[in-house]
Design a protein around this ligand. Structure first.
Ligand SMILES: [Zn+2]
Length: 141
């Protein structure tokens, strides 16, 4: 981790602090281009948007996939106040971004955050209807 990495990581933590002080959940992220330019930053807006997916990492991954050419995205780093959750990590993996630098790990986050009950389990059922379900896939590819 370079001094510039630490500078941008501190900026992500500052964004998280401001978000928490304003009533949002305390998470912040930014994207930094290969030349050290801050491209975009955002914070968690799960509360104000009433959107369970409004994590800053997901919003920035979507922005990168939409707005950046693949070679630019590959040279772009996401700095984020906590290790991305599985939802965000999946989006980041699809976004073309080249690197993620985070402050708190998921394990450290769980140690710092007050204990919360786990969400109720979701029952997944399948596979089913193989012949019917494969048709749109085969027709597309
Ligand atoms: Zn997330």
């Amino acid at each position: 981790m370079t001094p510039d990495d630490e500078k941008f990581l501190r900026r992500a933590v500052a964004i998280a602090s401001r978000a928490g002080a304003s009533g949002e959940r305390p998470f912040g992220s930014l994207l930094v281009g290969a030349d050290g330019t801050v491209l975009i930053e955002d914070h968690n807006t799960v509360v104000s948007d009433s959107d369970i997916t409004a994590h800053p990492e997901l919003k920035l991954a979507r922005w990168a996939a939409r707005e950046l050419a693949p070679d630019v995205a590959a040279g772009t780093t996401m700095f984020t106040s906590c290790q991305p959750c599985p939802m965000c990590a999946t989006a980041i993996d699809q976004s073309g971004l080249g690197r993620v630098v985070y402050a708190l790990s998921s394990e450290q986050f769980e140690e710092v955050r007050p204990a919360a009950p786990p969400p109720p389990p979701v029952r997944y059922e399948g596979p089913a209807l193989f012949d019917e379900a494969r048709e749109p896939i085969e027709n597309y590819y």
